[in-house]
Design a binder for this molecule. Structure first.
Ligand SMILES: [Zn+2]
Length: 240
């Protein structure tokens, strides 16, 4: 039985009460609340949520674009930023490429060095963009590194992957055999990152969250339920 939220599911909170029908609402902070009658079968609830998926995703996308205008973080000196489960403080440095010819526009303005995130001082207004591209790059790097650890064990070949902003999902698997990763995933500890990866790799064999699917996952990660719990508790903190 599925106990908790999966990386590619819509995370929702189920509230049962003395009501006759199912209902779904989205809170101001983007939390999805599903209200259901006390004794309604879990399968029916899941089916209802699946039917509402498009509507929910549209609503969430609207909210994200609204929230995007007022980021939670200010990118000030001393603020902590996560990478593989560890927080590193941000510090501003004098322009590192001053006097030198900048090689490319993509030259690193943000670096992780000696346990600190270092950002060129004059880049402060663009800090968020620098962080996002840094996280995207690291997610790619980690995927290249981690996929070979699991592909043979699961028995799949991952031909393509992409890194993007998946909003409320950690990863997804699309019909054209591409695994999509949310760049926020690299903020999580590596064992959590690995679980998200293994989960999507298992989907390349079995699309549904069936018994066979969970067998595939648990063969590679016997303790995956603990990781799922970790994700649902700490996932919301993995953000900029
Ligand atoms: Zn899944």
């Amino acid at each position: 039985m599925k106990k908790s939220v999966q990386p590619d599911d819509l995370p929702y909170t189920l509230k049962r009460s003395h009501r006759k029908s199912l209902g779904i609402t989205i809170e101001r902070d983007g939390a999805i609340i599903v209200k259901a009658p006390l004794d309604l079968d879990r399968k029916e609830i899941e089916r209802f949520v699946a039917e509402k998926r498009v509507w929910v995703q549209q609503k969430l996308a609207q909210k994200t674009s609204v929230m995007g205008e007022s980021p939670k973080r200010e990118f000030v000196s001393g603020q902590g930023f996560l990478y593989l489960g560890k927080s590193h403080r941000l510090r501003f440095v004098e322009n590192s490429s001053k006097g030198k010819k900048p090689k490319r526009t993509t030259e690193r303005k943000l670096r992780l060095r000696h346990g600190y995130f270092e950002l060129d001082k004059e880049q402060q207004p663009k800090a968020r963009e620098h962080f996002i591209s840094w996280y995207k790059e690291k997610t790619e790097e980690k995927l290249n590194e981690r996929i070979p650890r699991y592909d043979k064990r699961i028995g799949v070949e991952v031909s393509r992957f992409g890194v993007s902003n998946l909003g409320h999902r950690w990863a997804s698997y699309s019909r054209n055999s591409t695994i999509h990763f949310n760049w926020r995933a690299v903020m999580a500890p590596i064992w959590v990152f690995d679980y998200i990866l293994v989960h999507e790799m298992a989907h390349t064999i079995e699309r549904r969250h069936s018994r066979r699917f969970w067998q595939l996952v648990s063969r590679v990660m016997p303790d995956f339920e603990e990781i799922v719990r970790w994700l649902s508790e700490n996932g919301p903190d993995l953000d900029l």
